[in-house]
Design a protein. Structure first.
Length: 220
C-alpha cells in the first residue's frame, strides 16, 4: 500500500530510488488501456504520486518523458542482453521470440499510452522528440543490432547489414503499436499475439537463411 502523497514528498530527497519508483508507476499507469487518453494530470493522479513528488525528483516534464522512454527501452531490451550468447539457430530463435513477445506487449499497451500522452500534451518540441528517440527506440534497435551482428560473426545467420535487419524486424514487431494507435487497445489485442510474433520472427529468420544460401551458392 502506498504512503500518502505528503509523506512521500517529505522523503523524496532522501530516497535515491524515487525517480525510478515514479517512472515505474507512470509506466504502469500508461499500460492500462483505460488511461491511454488521459491528460498528464490524470496520469499523475492514477500513478499515486502528486505533482509535488514528481517535480521534486524531475526538473521538467521533458526529463520525466525521457526517463519513461529509457525505462521502456531497457525493459524491452532485457531478453537480448540477459541471454547467453547464441550457438545455434534455435538459440537465436528463442531469444528473438522472447524479445518479440516483450516488445509486442509494450507496443500494444504502455507505448500506446506514452505516445497519446505526448500528443495530448502537444509535444511538438524537436529537441524532446530527439531525446525520446535516443533514449528509447535507438537503444532497442542498437541492442538488437548488436545481437544480430553477433549471430553473423558466429555464422548462425547471414546479416549483411545489421542496422537494416534490426530496423526490418522492429518494423514487423511494431505492428501492434500502429494498430492500437488507430483502434482501442483493448479490442486490438487478442490471443494470437504470440503466434504473430513467432510468425514475424520466422519470416525474418527465413530471409536471413535465404540470404546465407544465396551467398553460399555464389561462392561455389
Amino acid at each position: 500500500m502506498r504512503r500518502p502523497a505528503s509523506a512521500r514528498a517529505d522523503n523524496a530527497e532522501s530516497r535515491p530510488d524515487i525517480r525510478s519508483d515514479i517512472v515505474s508507476a507512470i509506466s504502469g499507469t500508461l499500460a492500462d488501456p483505460c488511461d491511454t487518453l488521459a491528460d498528464l494530470n490524470g496520469i499523475f493522479h492514477r500513478s499515486g504520486y502528486s505533482q509535488e513528488d514528481i517535480w521534486s525528483a524531475f526538473e521538467s516534464i521533458d526529463d520525466l518523458v525521457v526517463a519513461v522512454a529509457e525505462h521502456e527501452a531497457l525493459f524491452i531490451s532485457q531478453p537480448l542482453v540477459r541471454r547467453v550468447r547464441p550457438n545455434t539457430l534455435d538459440d537465436v530463435r528463442d531469444t528473438l521470440v522472447a524479445f518479440g513477445l516483450v516488445a509486442s506487449r509494450e507496443y500494444s499497451t504502455t507505448l500506446v499510452g506514452f505516445i497519446r500522452m505526448m500528443m495530448a500534451e502537444g509535444a511538438r518540441n524537436p529537441s524532446l522528440k530527439k531525446r525520446v528517440y535516443e533514449a528509447g527506440s535507438e537503444i532497442v534497435t542498437r541492442r538488437l543490432r548488436e545481437f544480430l551482428s553477433d549471430t553473423n560473426e558466429r555464422g548462425i545467420l547471414s546479416i549483411s547489414d545489421a542496422q537494416v535487419c534490426a530496423e526490418q524486424l522492429m518494423g514487423l514487431l511494431r505492428e501492434p503499436l500502429y494498430q492500437a494507435l488507430m483502434l482501442n487497445p483493448v479490442t486490438s489485442q487478442n490471443g494470437s499475439a504470440a503466434d504473430r510474433v513467432k510468425a514475424s520472427v520466422e519470416r525474418f529468420l527465413h530471409g536471413c537463411a535465404s540470404a546465407r544460401s544465396a551467398r553460399y551458392e555464389r561462392t561455389i
